[in-house]
Design a protein around this ligand. Structure first.
Ligand code: NAP
Length: 246
């Protein structure tokens, strides 16, 4: 049962992470809302969650900072109890053709998107082992499977997340902990709203279902994967992309 258990969602102040946090709260989970710097948005998420009658707290933390993530995980357990569901969703883009990609843009994207997930897994691992139950969910991307011109850094980070997911899934399966990845296509959030309208239109034309996804489309699958009903699914990479990757 998810009810009364704690979920930690990174990047939960906005977009897909906020929708996932709310979906888990609707299942009765208490929420640790992790964000980078947008305190107002994080507080809005917390208020919406608390209105559902569960507990929620916002935590500012750069997921790229190994030690800060360690301290945060301890604080969350002290505040809200053991972490049953970990959702590594925080992510950034620094798009440029590989020929112009600066080393710091490559590193920043890897440090947040890939190492950030590792930091949380590393600092919650022994807790999961002790509990002998739980869910880890990593938010990758269709471009981690297909690559994308102008996103070498981002696609590499998302492909890396798939290797991380499958490796940790194999390690934790004997303890009954599942580890899965969701690969969203193009979802209508701040991240994709940065794109010029012409690029958004061209993209939409390539999506078999004919529209950008909603954060809720991803959140519905996330809530299912964190539930009891998904106890026989692990190491999976599930697209939510309107058919884009087929
Ligand atoms: P978004 O709207 O840009 O929101 C990003 C979230 O990540 C915010 O909550 C932000 O916190 C947080 N964040 C960013 N850097 C962080 C850091 N260093 N430490 C802690 N938190 C950090 O993004 P989104 O579109 O919802 O995307 C969420 C995830 O889905 C990302 O991993 C993204 O790569 C993936 N994804 C998105 C799409 C899409 O089309 N949107 C498609 C495929 C995959 P603040 O609010 O404090 O800045």
């Amino acid at each position: 049962m998810m009810k009364g258990k704690t979920a930690l969602v990174t990047g939960a102040s906005r977009g897909i992470g906020r929708a996932i946090a709310l979906a888990l709260a609707k299942e009765g989970m208490n929420l640790a809302v992790v964000y980078a710097g947008n305190a107002a948005a994080a507080q809005e998420t917390v208020q919406s969650i608390c209105a559902l009658g569960v507990e929620a707290k916002a935590y500012a933390c750069d997921v790229a900072d190994y030690d800060a993530v360690g301290a945060l995980c301890k604080q969350v357990v002290a505040d809200l109890g053991p972490i049953y569901a970990l959702v590594n969703n925080a992510g950034i883009t620094r798009d440029r053709l590989a020929a112009q990609l600066r080393q710091e843009d490559f590193d920043a994207v890897i440090n947040v998107n890939l190492k950030g997930a590792f930091h949380f897994i590393r600092h919650t691992y022994s807790g999961f082992l002790r509990q002998r139950e739980g869910r880890i969910l990593n938010i990758t991307s269709v471009v981690g499977l297909s690559g994308n011109a102008g996103q070498a850094n981002y696609a590499a980070s998302k492909a890396g997340l798939i290797g991380l997911t499958k490796s940790v899934a194999k390690e934790l399966a004997p303890r009954g902990i599942t580890v899965n990845a969701i690969a969203p296509g193009f979802i209508d959030t701040d991240m994709t709203r940065q794109m010029p309208q012409a690029a958004r239109d061209a993209l939409t034309a390539r999506i078999p279902l004919g529209r950008l996804g909603l954060a809720q489309d991803v959140a519905d699958l996330a809530a299912f994967l964190c539930s009891e009903r998904a106890s026989y699914i692990t190491g999976a990479v599930l697209p939510v992309d309107g058919g884009l990757a087929m």
